[in-house]
Design a protein around this ligand. Structure first.
Ligand code: SF4
Length: 396
């Protein structure tokens, strides 16, 4: 029974064992932190604005930046972008996002740290074919292998990684003819490319399975991990819900898709796709990682929803505590409405700020009562003094 209990708990907490992939000065997979990435939405030919946006992303906490690379000219311009960034001290790994044109991928691979290719449109000759014989299907895989070879050689020469980025909306006709438009088709599509890359002795691979439907994204990613691990191809996984939208709904959709897989131990890098300024994606990504307990960026401040037992202004108190203490990475503070349940509910918090009566609060260090019945307007000052006494305070 004990063994079974451990198995059940581990299946929701242990991180999938993945190989480590180097992307410039960043390592991804293995025991490395789950990396945060985003994508520019500026014109790739506009070096100045691209660099400006990349710097803003990096300053917000972005660790890898993807750039749309639609043609040879934009691939060549990655050189200008890279050098401009290096000159101003931004050595962030760049990822070229390539569709349709293997030549573009090859140029980009000589200039940046990672190239994202889409197995649905990297090399799939346009066809109205509805059925493929076994022989035709395998001949096509051989052609893909030949077409990938120059990219792999360039990647090996320039230390460039490859993301095999499968999208539900752009699966190849060949795959769809055999597996339909399904999560299975997505996983098989990625597996085919991974096996080809592996057969070419290339191991700097990252994979993603993106869909705007959260269930599809979760199912195909889980299935892909199962297939990869079965073949000892345990490459790292990039998570994201594509076309998630904006605002609250976009964030909730991304949190469900990304968070579910993170909770299952799957995921080595994430992108929260939002129809907003890319910088906003970074804060959302950090919140998803912190809320799922995978990375810590700031203080963990928990608070109860309050109820009829709350006799002080808890909303105001919470905002004050957040403003003053959120930067204290690793510190856990509970802001609770009442002493009836608050102390028990704040669980393992380092400090408790708990309503004890009308306009008054008690302050706790762990479960120990330190200050009793303090007027709310004096409580923050006392809380900060406790944090300072413990040597956990950092001036902003
Ligand atoms: S901690 Fe107290 S005030 Fe907050 S919700 Fe629970 S019972 Fe209500």
């Amino acid at each position: 029974m004990q063994k079974k209990i451990k198995e059940v708990i581990d299946s929701f907490s242990l991180r999938r064992n993945t190989k480590t992939v180097s992307i410039g000065n960043i390592s991804l997979g293995g025991n490395n932190p789950i990396r945060i990435q985003s994508m520019t939405n500026t014109n790739t030919m506009d070096t100045k604005n691209c660099c400006k946006q990349i710097c803003e992303l990096v300053d917000s906490g972005c660790e890898l930046v993807r750039i749309a690379t639609p043609d040879i000219k934009s691939a060549q311009n990655l050189y200008e972008i890279k050098n401009t960034l290096l000159k101003i001290g931004y050595n962030v790994p760049l990822i070229a996002d390539v569709h349709y044109n293997p030549k573009v991928a090859e140029v980009a691979a000589s200039l940046v740290e990672k190239v994202r290719i889409n197995p649905g449109n990297y090399f799939d000759r346009p066809s109205n074919k509805k059925r493929w014989t076994y022989k035709e299907y395998n001949e096509e895989l051989e052609r893909i292998s030949l077409r990938l070879l120059p990219l792999v050689e360039t990647c090996k020469r320039f230390n460039c990684a490859i993301r095999v980025g499968t999208n539900f909306g752009s699966l190849s006709q060949r795959i769809v003819s055999k597996y339909g438009n399904t999560p299975i088709a997505m996983a098989i599509s990625a597996m085919e490319f991974t096996k080809i890359l592996d057969s070419l002795n290339f191991d700097q691979i990252v994979l993603s399975q993106k869909a705007s439907n959260v269930q599809t994204m979760i199912q195909s990613t889980k299935l892909l991990c199962y297939l990869l691990d079965k073949e000892n191809l345990n490459y790292p996984i990039h998570l994201g819900v594509t076309e998630a939208g904006d605002g609250n709904y976009g964030r909730i959709k991304s949190a469900i898709g990304i968070g579910t897989l993170l909770s299952l131990g799957i995921g080595d890098t994430i992108r929260v796709s939002l129809t907003e300024n890319p910088e906003k994606e970074i804060a959302a990504a950090m919140d998803i990682l912190q809320a799922s307990g995978k990375r810590i960026f700031k203080a963990e401040i928990i608070s109860c929803p309050s109820c009829g037992r709350t006799k002080y202004n808890i909303e105001e108190a919470l905002q004050e505590v957040k403003k003053a203490c959120e930067h204290l990475k690793g510190v856990k503070i509970g802001v609770m409405g009442c002493i009836v349940n608050g102390l028990g509910e704040m669980a393992d918090a380092d400090y408790g700020y708990i309503g004890s009566g009308k306009g008054i609060v008690n302050l706790y260090r762990k479960k120990d009562l330190i200050y009793k019945n303090i007027p709310q307007n004096k409580a923050l000052e006392k809380l900060i003094s406790m944090i300072k006494e413990d040597g956990k305070w950092i001036d902003l």
